[in-house]
Design a protein around this ligand. Structure first.
Ligand SMILES: [Zn+2]
Length: 358
């Protein structure tokens, strides 16, 4: 049954609405299909199963965010923070985990704001460990550039001993160390927090990892690096626009890749699957909570990437669309959890029984 639910949660997370000015248009479903073929089951189902198996009560879980680069997206973009906030809420409410946000300091602002709107406040380690304060997150700023990044990653792994690491819309470099935007242009590595080291070093320690993205350049797409570059080549004639030869897809692979049309929706899908598997719909934020999460994220400075405005929209899709995605996921979860016979079953059950007797 969870696989059937995951099938349709995946579909909701993969409805693409990009306009024809976007080079990425009509590509997200190809990335999804490649990820699905490689992993063999619904992606949100695989991620939620892995989290339920690996994350125990009071475990720390690292949530990596931040697709923005200075000076265009100084406070990050609107795809990412509400996905992180949804996962922080689901992992905290559902599994009793302790979320730790890690990212560029400025970009953590919208993440924290969205998290608070979802019910998760940020406190310090003492509040969590000494006073056993629940449903809170920690927030750890990560420096920009590669210098010292690996040491910082090891420090974080040593300190928190996380049992899962998740990235939402977090860019990472390709096999030759080049960072790419979603349209295949090269970006300056000094503008990025190199948090993928946490994933790579975590893998050496056996920490379960999930990458959630929508472009191919985000943490996780190393799972289908070759397939993604083939998709880009069919679209552009080249695997990236910068000529580095390494392709747009990142080399950073995770245990599970959740490919979606909007990264936040992939994250919501994982929360929805946890809500279903733990039989508690409140684990997934409701549509009104979603509205507040998206509004405060924009008020905290996150920029919608198509318009370059701090508005409550995500990847060119409106606030009502974000709420509709949540509403549809809730619809799938609620119906899947309804185990009692429906009125229709009751209405016909006597007749069906009498036919059987006859
Ligand atoms: Zn390139």
């Amino acid at each position: 049954m969870p696989e059937i639910v995951g099938e349709y949660i995946d579909k909701i997370a993969n409805v693409e609405m990009l306009d024809d000015t976007q080079t990425r248009r009509n590509r997200t479903h190809l990335l999804y299909e490649a990820a699905r073929a490689k992993q063999g089951a619904p992606l949100t189902y695989l991620a939620a199963m892995g989290l339920a198996e690996n994350v125990k009560k009071d475990d720390y879980v690292i949530l990596l965010s931040g697709a923005g680069v200075s000076p265009w997206l100084e406070w990050g973009e609107t795809d990412g923070p509400t996905g992180i906030a949804s996962l922080a809420r689901a992992l905290s409410f559902g599994l009793g985990a302790r979320p730790v946000y890690v990212g560029n300091e400025k970009e953590l602002g919208p993440v924290i704001a969205a998290g608070v709107a979802a019910g998760i406040t940020v406190l310090d380690k003492e509040a969590v460990e000494v006073y056993k304060r629940k449903n809170t997150a920690l927030s750890i700023p990560f420096p920009l550039g590669d210098k010292g990044a690996k040491a910082k990653a090891l420090e974080i792994l040593d300190e928190f001993k996380p049992t899962a690491i998740l990235g939402v819309e977090k860019h990472a470099p390709n096999p030759v160390g080049v960072w790419h935007s979603a349209d295949g242009q090269a970006g300056d590595p000094e503008w990025q927090p190199h948090v993928h080291h946490i994933v790579e070093e975590g893998k050496k320690r056996g920490v379960f990892s999930v990458g959630i993205g929508d472009g191919g350049n985000e943490i996780g797409y190393g799972v289908i690096g070759e397939e993604a570059n083939e998709i880009f080549k069919r679209a552009y004639g080249v695997t990236c626009q910068c000529g580095c030869g390494g392709g747009e897809a990142t080399a950073c692979a995770t245990d599970v890749l959740v490919s979606a049309s909007v990264s936040n929706w992939g994250a919501y899908g994982i929360s929805a699957m946890l809500a279903y598997m733990l039989e508690d719909p409140s684990i997934l934020q409701d549509a009104d909570t979603e509205r507040r999460m998206v509004e405060v994220m924009a008020q905290a400075g996150a920029v919608e990437a198509m318009s370059a405005l701090s508005i409550p929209e995500v990847d060119g899709t409106s606030l009502p669309v974000q709420q509709a995605v949540i509403t549809m996921m809730h619809g799938v979860v609620a119906n899947a959890l309804r185990r009692k016979p429906t009125k229709m079953h009751e209405a016909f059950s006597d007749y069906a029984a009498s036919k059987k007797e006859a």
